[in-house]
Write a protein that binds this ligand. Structure first.
Ligand SMILES: N=c1c2ncn([C@@H]3O[C@H](COP(=O)(O)OP(=O)(O)OP(=O)(O)O)[C@@H](O)[C@H]3O)c2ncn1[C@@H]1O[C@H](COP(=O)(O)O)[C@@H](O)[C@H]1O
Length: 109
């Protein structure tokens, strides 16, 4: 059965948390955790830059691919701090329907 958007993000996040708790030799995620927060942040930065480059190039396939890499590494960052993606969804829900300017004003309160 194919998973929806939030479902696949939750499923990947669960695997990330499993790799953190039970690292295996063959796991890329476990290697990232072993190297620590600086390595994870470096990957988030690199993948974000790759999204920028792909965005400039304008090739849909590359934008999709690099965005998936960025989302994955961002999930590893959340995993490092035990922040469930549900917390991000809740923040998006809070913002939904607000204008961007209204949201900006709410940050300054
Ligand atoms: N979604 C991903 C995912 N996206 C990207 N990547 C890895 O991210 C890396 C990004 O490529 P780069 O060339 O930038 O990095 P690299 O050269 O491999 O690494 P560095 O030398 O820079 O550290 C690749 O090795 C990809 O395989 C991912 N690795 C894992 N997942 C998910 O995590 C699950 C668990 O994976 P493992 O932890 O490997 O078991 C998988 O089943 C997937 O669902």
């Amino acid at each position: 059965m194919e998973r929806g958007g939030a479902e696949i993000i939750s499923a990947v996040y669960r695997v990330i948390q499993e790799r953190k708790a039970q690292p295996t030799e063959s796991s890329y995620t476990a290697k990232l955790f072993e190297k620590g927060i600086d390595k994870i942040l470096k990957k988030v930065g690199e993948e974000a830059t790759e999204v920028v480059i792909a965005g400039k190039g304008g090739k849909r396939e590359e934008i999709v691919y690099e965005t998936a890499d960025l989302i994955f590494h961002n999930l590893v960052l959340l995993g490092f701090y035990d922040i469930d993606p549900e917390e991000v969804y809740a923040e998006l829900r809070r913002r939904f329907g607000m204008s961007g300017l209204e949201e900006k004003a709410s940050r300054q309160e």
